[in-house]
Design a protein around this ligand. Structure first.
Ligand SMILES: Cc1ncc(COP(=O)(O)O)c(C=O)c1O
Length: 477
């Protein structure tokens, strides 16, 4: 029997259809702000569903901030509910208010860029790049006259498969590898292919900020998994997987952005087991693996996956050449077919010229020497930042790789004011709140030590510390 008014195209459960029905009514102003919604009983009768179904829908509406409950008298429309929460939870409205919080910060021009987790361009072997460009035009004179294939240049995919197999024991075929325009595109493709509105997605807390923005845009229901220097609480992860059946868990377990933490080997193996057990895909994002200061990090989870539950994302923007924008997705063929369709709708393949330059540069001896120097240069810059911060009583744990310090400022720090004042002083940083799926972590910030030279680092940190001190002193007065 067709139930009156229940026609949602997205919802696959009955209570979700009731939820959509009520939400549409609120949106159309059938019920205005503070107006009482039909009782559970009345709506159940009208829609020909069980009372518990309506109750469940009302509970979800309450949880999302669209309605509120008055003791014993029922459910009422929350004023401003559509605006305040829609951007976070409602796929239709969120489509109009999409944001990338991190890129907004990156657009600020500043002398002391602590917000950019990127290599100082002066550390790249810029002088030699023209050699590779020339070589590519000599070898492939028609390179500008054609598109790449959607999946990526075959020569590059073959070379990368050999590399992944030798270095990380991946045993990949070129059919299981796609070249993307960086990892950001990869996250976006995966979200578009795998996540539909209200699907549960697990994200680390904190996490890479644009990942939150991408999954919110898909209308995902995001649940947070704390990451600490010991990794995750795997009992909590299992509990979340068992109870909420998440579609995927997006994680960045090696020199994690923003904290720098690395998840230990035993947890990696167990996570792969859990993923298989609860059929939850693990999206392993791994842009900083080669940037270690001491010993190499444990192998990626992808190396332990035998059932196809891990999708491995690798960006080479971080230390090879951000200007080339090359990344890859490794996954098993069934998933690859869907990702290829999405990529074909997004562009006509990552630019071939970039792929060929990357191929010849990445596998050159110069690149490998450059990497050795880069690790040392980054470790020195990290030490400088930590030396300058040692005079404060702020908290952070020293990372063993990557680009960032994740720092807790005094709780009294007025963060928005600090950001404003810093921008005036030509200093930028990343407020922790945008890395938190729960939009809390208000005292935390991410400072990148990778982008500035040693002198700018010292100078910038001194200025930054003095801004924080003067604002916290005012706040505590
Ligand atoms: C964890 C993580 N994922 C993805 C990206 C985006 O990588 P790309 O520049 O290759 O798009 C970044 C860049 O900062 C990152 O830190």
């Amino acid at each position: 029997m067709k139930r009156e008014g229940l026609s949602s195209v997205h919802a696959d459960k009955l209570f979700e259809q009731v939820y959509d029905y009520v939400l549409d009514g609120i949106r159309r102003k059938d019920w205005k702000e503070h107006e009482k919604l039909p009782s559970v009983r009345a709506l159940a009768l009208k829609l020909d569903v069980h009372r518990l179904t309506v109750f469940k829908a009302y509970q979800l509406l309450k949880q999302k901030g669209y309605v509120y409950v008055k003791d014993k008298s029922g459910y009422f429309v929350q004023p401003g509910g559509m605006l305040a929460t829609a951007s976070l939870h409602d796929p239709i409205v969120s489509a109009y208010v999409q944001r990338s919080h991190l890129s907004e910060i990156h657009q600020v021009q500043a002398t002391y860029q602590f917000s950019k987790a990127l290599i100082d361009p002066n550390l790249l072997p810029n002088l030699y790049f023209s050699e590779y460009v020339k070589k590519v035009f000599d070898l492939y004179p028609k390179v500008l006259g054609t598109y790449s294939t959607t999946q990526g240049d075959e020569e590059l995919r073959e070379a990368l498969c050999r590399y992944y197999t030798e270095r990380f024991r991946f045993y990949l075929t070129p059919q299981e590898l796609m070249v993307t325009s960086g990892s950001q595109e990869a996250i976006d493709l995966i979200a578009r292919v795998l996540v539909k509105p209200r699907d549960v997605v697990l994200l680390e807390r904190p996490t890479y900020s644009p990942a939150i923005d991408v999954f919110l845009r898909q209308g995902a229901n995001i649940l947070a998994v704390e990451i600490t220097q010991h990794g995750y609480d795997l009992e909590q992860v299992e509990q979340l997987m068992r109870t909420h059946k998440p579609r995927l868990f997006y994680l960045n377990p090696t020199f994690h952005n923003p904290t720098g933490f690395t998840v230990p080997l035993a947890q990696r193996k167990r996570l792969v087991e859990l993923a298989e057990m609860y059929q939850c895909l693990l999206i392993e994002d791994d842009p900083c693996r080669d940037l270690y200061f001491g010993k190499e990090p444990p192998l990626p989870m992808f190396a332990y996956d035998t059932s196809g539950y891990v999708i491995y994302l690798r960006s080479f923007s971080k230390y090879v050449a951000p200007g080339l924008g090359i990344g890859t997705i490794a996954c098993r063929p069934s998933l690859m077919a869907y990702l290829l369709s999405a990529k074909a709708l997004s562009d006509s393949g990552t630019p071939l010229l970039n792929q060929k330059i990357f191929l010849h540069y990445f596998f050159s001896e110069r690149m490998q020497q450059h990497l050795l120097k880069l690790r040392t240069a980054l470790a020195v810059r990290k030490d400088i930042m930590e030396e300058e911060l040692a005079a404060t009583d702020w908290e952070w744990s020293s990372p063993t790789g990557g680009f960032n310090l994740w720092i807790r400022l005094p709780d009294s720090t007025p963060m928005e004011k600090l950001l404003g004042q810093c921008i005036e002083q030509s200093i930028t940083f990343v407020p922790g709140i945008i890395c938190d799926p729960q939009r809390e972590l208000a005292s935390w910030i991410r400072l990148s030590f990778s982008y500035l030279n040693e002198q700018q680092l010292r100078e910038g940190i001194r200025r930054f510390v003095s801004e924080v001190r003067s604002l916290t002193a005012q706040a505590e007065e």
